[in-house]
Ligand binder design. Structure first.
Ligand code: F6R
Length: 243
């Protein structure tokens, strides 16, 4: 793991955008694995700016999103599909057929999960996987558990996750309790991984991810096994690493 500590959210977002942009420049038809949430909003803003300035194009890029709430239609404003369109896709020249988000309304969830894993296989795997991290150490929606779930699967969201994500909903009762998420094999299969975190709320998870043992109780710890991971964090998320 290569750990990069930057001053604040803005610096983290700019640096992450540079890393992603360089991936796109090196391989214009690259496959990007993408998260939603508060962490990547700034990065997506920076990427949109770079696109508008003519520095990068998404015309050959494939995007594979990590997860989607189960039960939400793609047009629902709380869905991750909607989030991605609002924050990135509708502002750049990515082709509709190259956008992939799990279908939260799938009737046959198992078939949807297999379809999603097959997409990852068909596009030749993920070149660069961007990740956030949950306060409980989840990546994608791989929640703490007894074992690492390898494939795309339906997840019961942890109470902490529902609580953390309730800030995007009118009330906590409105937060979906389940999601479809890429599994750990899908994430570790990426050639390169860039995990970002900011703020003191993430400091404990970051500390455990880097210094703790590899355990499914803290899913992000599995990244210790990957040969090419950048952990890009701000000073507050890095607070416990300095002690
Ligand atoms: C979202 C995802 C999650 C988030 C994590 C952090 O697609 O996969 O793992 O990255 O919950 O969320 P924020 O960035 O909102 O703190």
């Amino acid at each position: 793991m290569r750990i990069e500590i930057v001053k604040d959210y803005e610096a983290m977002s700019k640096r992450a955008a540079y890393i992603i942009a360089s991936q796109i420049v090196i391989k214009p038809d690259c496959v990007l694995g993408l998260p939603t949430g508060s962490t990547p909003m700034g990065v997506y803003g920076e990427l949109v700016k770079m696109y508008q300035e003519g520095i990068i194009s998404f015309s050959q890029v494939t995007a594979i999103n990590l997860d989607e709430y189960y039960g939400l239609d793609k047009d629902n404003e709380q869905s991750y599909n909607f989030f991605m369109r609002e924050h990135l896709f509708k502002h750049v020249d990515i082709k509709e057929e190259n956008i992939h988000v799990p279908d939260g309304k799938a009737v046959d969830v198992e078939a949807e999960c297999r379809r999603y894993d097959n997409i990852i296989k068909k596009v030749g795997g993920i070149d660069l996987q961007l990740l956030g991290i949950g306060v409980n150490g989840h990546i994608g929606f791989n929640e703490p558990g007894e074992y690492f779930e390898p494939l795309t699967h339906l997840v019961e969201l942890a109470e902490e996750t529902i609580k953390a994500n309730s800030r995007f909903f009118p009330s906590i009762e409105d937060v979906p309790t389940r999601a479809i998420s890429i599994g750990i094999k899908g994430i570790l299969g990426a050639k390169k991984i860039l995990l970002m975190a900011n703020g003191e709320k993430k400091a404990e998870a970051i500390y455990q991810m880097i210094k703790g043992k590899v355990t499914p109780q803290l899913p992000a710890s599995v990244l210790q096994l990957h040969p090419d991971v950048i952990v890009l964090i701000d000073e507050r998320a890095a607070a416990l690493l300095r002690e």
